[in-house]
Each structure stands twice: as structure tokens, then as C-alpha cells.
Design a protein around this ligand. Structure first.
Ligand SMILES: [Zn+2]
Length: 422
């Protein structure tokens, strides 16, 4: 593949935060990083994913859909690639296809590949038979995108920072007839906007990986749209030409953006989120105080834990749990399926140590099948509990696996995963 440094060449000085990105004089930055993006908007009418009642195919694009890749390498050559997509989810077939080819072509093992979907409900139902041509071209494009991000690896500094953004609202409202899908301003939320800041050796901003825990469902019309997450990325990239903004969907299964159902709200939420990234970066501050520079080593682990179904004869579900640890500074935990906010709140609470890594929990990663309620949500009932009847053991199993992997990567690199177990 032809190496193109176009993205980096455009990364003229846009956001310069003295002291937060540049390496000390005479020292090489501790990391290498490379980012790339590709348009994945379907070029023909396809069925849409997300709302069962919407039977007709999309009529066109209100916004392009993107896939983006961020490759990071530490001083010892350990690598991770974040692959984010404006899609409903990462179905197992896509994960397997892309991970296998990425390993073959670039020797990047599956435990070092994080695939995350924004959960837009205005993207293609790409797993259906009638979308096979799109699926094949999508998978090929994603593999190529990972390769491009790896080709673009160049000296970089990484920092973690965060801000908050308030449009996500809990959507589980207790009523006399049980929990209804309705905005609940008193329900639990996670308004954190975690940001991984990637800067060139001279401190110029090159990429941001940012997260938010909220259904990406301001809209449900018949046009392709990245929704609030798409607008947040679009606005940030426009405001910082040459940078790549990647969205890592959080544990927003029981969170909705409000208000919703008008495109202007998707745009406003996108603007709010893009502004929160700026707040996290402390844009305009002469002396930033909240940028946490990341040191290595980089460690990745990915394993499955079996979740028990409450439905007779339904087999256990091999649920993927992934941990990406940047030394003692940041751990990104990527959970599969639609995860309710309780997991992020609990894991951040349990794993937090005064001098330990910042904890960032993503959902919608590496697989997309069903909701993952917490024990509380499962017992309360309602939409997120009914979709797939799990046994109440699921929360402890998932949290236990996170603790296991979280403790392991700091000590030693994980062995390559066994066949069939990523
Ligand atoms: Zn959903």
C-alpha cells in the first residue's frame, strides 16, 4: 500500500499545549502513533440497522459514515490499533474476518485490535445476506485502514485528559407497570468524556480518541448519519484540520440523548461533545494542569468469559473482555455488546487507585449481540433486561474477568490467544 503522510502533513500547529505533548529537549517521544480514516457510506440503497419498524432502505446520506484507525506503538514495539466505525455494532463475523486478516497481513494479534462501533441507528444492516457485497467491501476497507494507520506510525506523545458533557440521560423510568423506556433525569449516568490526546514530536495535535456513554440515537430516519458521534468527530476535525477524531462508544445501553428526533439536536449534541473535547484538552489555557502524559509499556489482553443464559438449552455466550493498559497511567477496558452504565461506574470505582491508571470503560466492542444488563437492571426488568434473559451471574463474571485481565497486563505481555478464543 502506498504510504501517504497526507494526514500528518496537514497537521499543522492547531492545538498546541505547551508541556503536554512535546518531549523534553533531546529526548525522543516515548511512542509512535498513526491515524487514518475512510468513508464507509454504502453506495447503494441498503436496509438500515437499529429500529425494527423501519423496513425501507436508506434514501441517501445526510452525512458520510466513517471508519477510523489509530495505531500506537511503545518503545519496545508493542502495538495496539483502535478501529472505530459509524455502525450499529461489531458483529462477530466482521470481527473475525477483520482480525484474521489483520493478523495475517500485519502480524497484529487479535488482542491488540480494539474494534468499536458508535451504535448509530442510521447505518446499514451490514450483516444481512442482501448486504453481502457491502460487507465484503467494508471488511476489506477496514483491513486496509489498519494497515494505513500502521504505515503512518511516527514519533508521538500521548496524554490522557477528561471533561464532562451532559446530554446523555438515563432512559429507564420506574412506573406502576414496570420500567419504561422514558427519560429519567434521576437515573444513573456517566457524563465523562475521556480523551486520548495524540501529538507529534513537536507538540502538534494529530489525533484524539474520545468517548461518551450514550445511545447514538438522536435520529432514526431513513438517511445515513453518524448521529451525534458523527457530528462531534466532523466538527472537531473541521476545527483542527489534519487531525483525526475517533469516537469510542461507552457503556450507554441505558442512556439516550435528549432532546432527540430532530437533526438539529444531533448537531447540537455533536457540538457539545466536540466542545467537551476542547475542554478536556484545556484549549486556551496557558498552563494546562490536567493533562496526564502516558508512559509505557503498552499491554493488551483479550479473553472471553462464558455468560449463562436463563433460556433452557441456550448455550453459554463467550463474551469478550479486552484491556489495553498504558503503563501506570491509563487503562482502557473494552466490553462487548450493549453494556449498561452500571459497569462503567462500578469498574471505575473498583479499579481506581490514588496513584494508579485512569480507568476508561468502553462498550459496543468486538461483538454485537444483545444487551448486557447489570444485576440491578436484570432484577428491575425493563427493555435492557428483556432482550436476552441472562442469569444474574453475568455481572460478577464480567467484572471478575476485567479484574483478572487488569491485573495481568502490567506484569507480563499476554500469550497469543488460543485458536477460537480471542
Ligand atoms: Zn441499542
Amino acid at each position: 500500500m502506498k504510504k501517504t503522510v497526507l494526514g500528518w502533513l496537514f497537521a499543522v500547529v492547531l492545538v498546541y499545549v505547551p508541556g503536554a505533548g512535546a518531549a523534553p529537549d533531546g529526548q525522543a517521544p516515548p511512542w509512535k502513533a498513526g491515524a487514518a480514516s475512510a468513508v464507509i457510506t454504502p453506495q447503494r440503497p441498503l436496509p438500515m440497522a437499529g429500529y425494527a419498524g423501519r423496513k425501507e432502505p436508506a434514501e441517501g446520506a445526510a452525512q458520510e459514515l466513517f471508519a477510523k484507525a489509530l495505531a500506537i506503538e511503545d518503545q519496545d514495539g508493542n502495538r495496539v490499533v483502535f478501529l472505530t466505525m459509524d455502525l450499529i455494532g461489531v458483529i462477530g463475523r466482521l470481527r473475525t474476518t477483520v482480525a484474521e486478516q489483520v493478523q495475517q497481513k500485519y502480524q497484529l494479534p487479535p488482542h491488540a485490535l480494539v474494534m468499536n462501533a458508535s451504535h448509530t441507528h442510521c447505518g446499514p444492516a451490514y450483516g444481512r445476506d442482501e448486504a453481502k457485497d457491502y460487507f465484503d467491501s467494508l471488511a476489506a476497507k477496514l483491513v486496509e485502514l489498519v494497515g494505513t494507520s500502521l504505515e503512518r506510525l511516527e514519533p508521538a506523545s500521548l496524554a490522557y485528559c477528561l471533561a464532562r458533557c451532559g446530554f446523555a440521560m438515563n432512559r429507564r423510568t420506574p412506573t406502576e407497570s414496570g420500567y419504561q423506556n422514558h427519560p429519567n433525569p434521576d437515573g444513573p449516568v456517566d457524563h465523562t468524556v475521556p480523551v486520548l490526546r495524540v501529538a507529534a514530536a513537536g507538540g502538534e495535535l494529530r489525533a484524539v480518541l474520545f468517548g461518551y456513554a450514550c445511545h447514538n440515537t438522536t435520529m432514526g430516519f431513513r438517511q445515513w448519519l453518524g448521529d451525534y458521534a458523527g457530528y462531534a468527530q466532523e466538527y472537531f476535525e473541521k476545527d483542527h484540520a489534519g487531525t483525526v477524531a475517533l469516537f469510542l462508544m461507552g457503556c450507554g445501553a441505558d442512556q439516550n440523548p435528549y432532546p432527540r428526533s430532530q437533526i438539529e439536536y444531533a448537531q447540537k449534541h455533536g457540538r457539545s461533545l466536540a466542545t467537551a473535547i476542547e475542554a478536556a484538552l484545556e484549549t486556551g489555557q496557558k498552563t494546562p494542569r490536567h493533562q496526564r502524559p502516558l508512559a509505557g509499556p503498552l499491554r493488551c489482553a483479550l479473553e472471553t468469559v462464558d455468560l449463562e443464559s436463563a433460556t433452557p438449552n441456550r448455550p453459554d455466550f463467550p463474551y469478550p473482555v479486552q484491556v489495553v493498559r498504558f503503563g501506570n497511567d491509563l487503562s482502557i477496558i473494552a466490553l462487548g455488546n450493549e453494556v449498561v452504565v452500571d459497569y462503567a461506574l462500578r469498574l471505575k470505582r473498583e479499579l481506581a487507585e490514588p496513584s494508579g491508571p485512569a480507568i476508561w470503560v468502553a462498550g459496543y466492542s468486538n461483538t454485537y449481540d444483545d444487551y448486557i444488563p447489570s444485576k440491578r437492571v436484570l432484577e428491575e426488568g425493563g427493555y435492557e433486561a428483556k432482550c436476552c434473559p441472562w442469569k444474574a451471574t453475568l455481572e460478577e463474571r464480567i467484572v471478575g474477568k476485567v479484574h483478572e485481565l487488569y491485573g495481568r497486563p502490567a506484569a507480563a505481555p499476554p500469550a497469543a490467544p488460543a485458536e477460537g478464543k480471542q
